[in-house]
Design a protein around this ligand. Structure first.
Ligand code: PFF
Length: 452
């Protein structure tokens, strides 16, 4: 990205919208609710909210400031400040390569659901085990995956960023209104109150270190942190834009959508499954199994289903575009290839990783590591290993190599830094200590060495 003429976002709104477009995606609508259901409902929500305004805030400010200061994407920014630390850029580069293929496999399922609703399949989709049967097939899920990654590729190559921005402005508010309507409907169903309580009232006996581990992993994922994306976005930010306020707005938007998605899905699992622990633990399939049952019980189920999945396609697409754009610019910077060549190479690489990942839900499901299939392994390696490592090293880099002042001064270029003390404290002590704890505990827990 360095060798292109650097454009910048038109102003604060442009920056906030672009960053929110990258942040709001499947992470909010698909991943957050199933983690909340799995890790104790209210206690997970509370932990997550506390982390957003402390931990998430600190890391997002740090990344954006590094980008704005250097005017470079992640790979160049770290190296630009200190040559010896250029390895950090390399770690940041690997993460989107691991995330994009499986993210798009799941986005493909969304496209399939949209298609089925659009042709009146509300009843079929609400059948028990529909998703499992669909994803176990060898060919059709790959078709939807290729369609989605192809669409992403086409948009990135056409460079229709303007169009995407315009669509974001329309679709995002619709997504929020629709989520609100569905959430209210779900919460008014008989028996839903228990589910709403489970989601909103923290039960402290369900708290464990794994609640924090899962919440931090989700935080990185949802806010597009610890993978260099926000460094790149920061490099496009004008010097006079208020960074602290922008971060607050991105957080509000991102967390708001996740909260609403949880409110739609977690109580409905209660309603439609009697709140069985097994259902709550279901993981990746939660949204695909539960929502169709909710929609079927509503009037005009096909229309609502189609509208909902169309919005999710859109949220996913803005995220896949930002992921692909990032990977492409890294390939371009590293190899000196033309944009077109770098694009095709990225596309080929995504097919190469994505196809086996899709098959990992069916014919290749025998490839597993501690109960994780290929998608689980990619998700675990990126979110629970590489992202904490990158966050840890970024904190060390800021505190001991370039100095906290570098970031603080950059923030102060455009405004007062209201949460400066909090920022200093978290980046110095909390990030390093908690990242080490998280790394160790997630590895021990996942490999069953100790159950935490
Ligand atoms: N933040 C996105 C989500 O929550 O779905 C996922 C993501 C998108 C991560 C883009 C990274 C990224 F560059």
């Amino acid at each position: 990205m360095e060798n292109k003429k650097r454009s910048s976002f038109t102003g604060k709104l442009g920056f906030v919208l672009a960053a929110a477009g990258s942040a709001v995606g499947l992470g909010n609508i698909w991943r957050f609710p199933y983690l909340a259901a799995k890790y104790g409902g209210g206690i997970f929500l509370l932990t997550y909210l506390v982390l957003v305004v402390t931990f998430g805030f600190t890391l997002m400010i740090a990344e954006i400031a590094l980008g704005r200061k250097t005017g470079l994407s992640a790979i160049g920014a770290f190296a630009g400040l200190n040559k010896k630390w250029k390895g950090l850029g390399a770690i940041a580069a690997i993460i989107p390569v691991m995330i994009l293929p499986y993210y798009t496999v799941i986005a493909g399922w969304i496209a399939k659901y949209f298609f089925e609703y659009a042709r009146g399949g509300a009843e079929v989709l609400a059948q028990d085990g529909y998703l499992d049967r669909f994803i176990a097939q060898p060919v059709e899920p790959i078709f939807w995956f290729v369609l989605f990654i192809g669409a992403t590729f086409a948009i990135v190559m056409a460079g229709v960023n303007k169009g995407i921005e315009q669509c974001s402005k329309v679709m995002m508010p619709i997504l929020i209104v629709l989520s609100l309507v569905i959430a209210v409907y779900v919460c008014c169903q008989p028996g839903a109150l228990e589910g709403v309580k489970y989601y909103l009232m923290p039960d402290f006996s369900k708290f464990s270190i794994m609640t924090v581990v899962a919440a931090i992993g989700q935080l990185f994922y949802s806010m597009s942190l610890a993978m260099g994306i926000m460094v790149t976005y920061g490099s496009y930010m004008k010097k006079d834009v208020n960074m602290e306020a922008s971060v607050g707005q991105i957080e509000l938007f991102d967390t708001g959508v996740a909260f609403l998605a949880g409110l739609m899905i977690v109580p409905s699992v209660y309603v439609f499954s009697g709140g069985s622990a097994e259902k709550m633990n279901q993981g990746t399939g939660l949204m695909f199994d539960t929502l169709p049952k909710v929609f079927l019980s509503m009037p005009m189920s096909n229309l609502i289903g189609a509208a909902f999945f169309l919005m999710v396609i859109f949220a996913a697409l803005t995220s896949t575009i930002s992921l692909m754009e990032t990977i492409m610019s890294i390939v371009q910077d590293k190899t000196g290839m033309s944009r077109a060549k770098a694009g095709w190479l990225t596309f080929a690489l995504m097919l190469l990783i994505g196809v086996p990942t899709s098959l990992g839900f069916g014919p290749l499901s025998f490839i597993s590591l501690n109960g994780m299939n290929l998608q689980g392994m990619l998700d675990f390696t990126a979110n629970s290993i590489l992202m904490p490592i990158l966050a840890l090293l970024t904190a060390i880099f800021i505190v001991w190599v370039v100095g906290v002042e570098t970031v603080v001064d950059e923030v102060k270029l455009s405004s007062r830094f209201k949460k400066e003390k909090l920022f200093r404290f978290i980046i110095k002590y909390i990030v390093p200590v908690s990242m080490v704890i998280i790394l160790v505990s997630s590895i021990l827990d996942t490999f069953g060495i100790v159950s935490i």
